[in-house]
Design a protein around this ligand. Structure first.
Ligand SMILES: NC(=O)C1=CN([C@@H]2O[C@H](COP(=O)(O)OP(=O)(O)OC[C@H]3O[C@@H](n4cnc5c(N)ncnc54)[C@H](O)[C@@H]3O)[C@@H](O)[C@H]2O)C=CC1
Ligand SMILES: CC(=O)C(=O)O
Ligand SMILES: [Mg+2]
Length: 371
């Protein structure tokens, strides 16, 4: 199979979808791999590393896209990438479609087969291709939030661990999944007072057991959210309803109850965000202030730590990439019930119910697309 790896073009996105190690695996199985010149640079992989692994380095972006059967990316395609996609191509990347109607329409119009990393499941009920980047983003959320608390950033001037004789800052994490637990761990490590809110009692039980009371767990209700808004120095938004738009849990009106200079870090921004006043930001300008509350809403947080993130992401994606290349997308998805929900768009139709629901579109069962 002819596989292409473009250089990512989203703002300050330095990850790459395939490492030289992955290229070597594919080439060893008889596939042809073209990597755009300098695609791996931001993650510490040179063109000659890819060549040594048996890949071709392609400087001509048009030629790279036109010759590909399978395109491997990290971030959702940007407008100029959508325009390049054709009906006989398969795209494998993060898509987050429920947050982006225009992108959804563009992918439908392309006729391409679009498989999202973030809706692939595993036997334990997890999202194995989202989890490594959620781990990164969760760990980064606290350092981004702590920086945002500094006065020069518009923050309240609270140091999370406090000092002897001065109480630590309060961090509330909404959603105790992969992002939430990793954020909570970091905040705990810094010496903050940490509370996690979740709708899942089972998940709160796991966290309570794991952290032995060092992290408070609270069932997420409107009352609990009101209290979090009033008391927290930092709130981290880490909820997910897989594939769907995030619920708005902190409303604009609730900002009036928050302490001036407190910080909202909306990690769920890639699914539309879980705070009403969130809008996507970039690493170039990560924060903005609404009613005295600092908002950090970067939609590709792991892109900033591209070396670690690329290695973590490609460890998780490689088995799926190999299955797509070896078997073709239809057989690969047919053979694996956890890979099948990755299919979001095929042949002009949405194949993921929550994405269709977000925009009032019809969807078809992904199983019918591979039959
Ligand atoms: N901004 C960025 O760069 C990145 C963003 N993300 C995003 O972070 C979000 C969270 O991802 P994960 O932690 O992997 O998901 P997860 O599925 O592991 O955890 C989500 C948690 O939210 C809880 N939840 C759902 N609705 C809730 C509600 N109304 N109130 C309280 N809790 C609720 C669930 O019970 C679950 O425990 C996703 O939108 C993901 O795409 C992930 C990586 C990078
Ligand atoms: C999950 C995601 O959006 C990211 O890693 O950028
Ligand atoms: Mg996005």
């Amino acid at each position: 199979m002819k596989i292409a790896v473009p250089k990512e073009i989203k703002n300050h996105e330095y990850r790459v979808a395939l490492t030289p190690t992955g290229a070597r695996e594919l080439v060893g199985r008889g596939h042809s791999v073209s990597v755009q010149a300098a695609a791996g640079e931001g993650a510490g992989f040179s063109d000659s590393d890819y060549e040594a692994a048996g890949a071709q380095v392609e400087a001509n972006v048009d030629a790279l896209w036109q010759s590909a059967e399978l395109i491997l990316k990290v971030k959702e395609p940007q407008a100029e990438e959508v325009a390049r996609l054709t009906a006989n191509q398969t795209l494998f990347t993060y898509l987050h479609l429920a947050a982006e109607e225009k992108l959804t329409q563009g992918l439908m119009a392309s006729g391409a087969t679009c498989i999202a990393y973030e809706t692939i499941t595993d036997a334990k009920g997890g999202l194995p291709l989202l989890a490594p980047m959620s781990t990164v983003a969760g760990r980064m959320a606290v350092q981004a939030g702590a920086h945002s608390l500094e006065k020069a950033q518009g923050g309240s001037g609270v140091l999370l661990p406090g000092v002897p004789g001065v109480a630590p800052g309060k961090v509330t994490v909404i959603g105790g999944g992969v992002v939430g637990e990793n954020a909570a761990r970091m905040a705990l490590g810094l010496g903050a007072e940490v509370t996690i809110l979740d709708k899942s009692i089972a998940r709160l039980e796991v966290l309570d057991d794991r952290y032995q009371g060092r992290i408070k767990t609270v069932y997420s209700t409107a009352d609990a959210l009101d209290q979090a808004a009033k008391e927290s120095d930092m709130i981290i938004g880490a909820v997910l309803i897989p594939g769907a738009a995030a619920p708005k849990l902190i409303t604009h009106a609730m900002l009036a109850d928050m302490k001036p200079g407190s910080v909202l870090v909306d990690v769920a921004i890639d699914q539309g965000g879980c705070f009403e006043t969130s809008k996507p930001t970039t690493h170039a300008e990560p924060t903005y202030i609404v009613d005295g509350v600092v908002h950090y809403c970067v939609a590709n947080m792991p892109g900033a730590v591209a070396r670690t993130s690329t290695l973590g992401l490609t460890n998780a994606t490689l088995p799926f990439v190999l299955a797509l290349a070896d078997k073709g997308w239809q057989q690969a998805l047919k053979d694996d019930p956890h890979f099948l929900p990755g299919l979001n768009v095929h042949n002009g139709q949405v194949t993921y119910q929550a994405v269709a629901d977000a925009f009032g579109l019809n969807s078809i069962d992904p199983a019918s697309a591979v039959a």
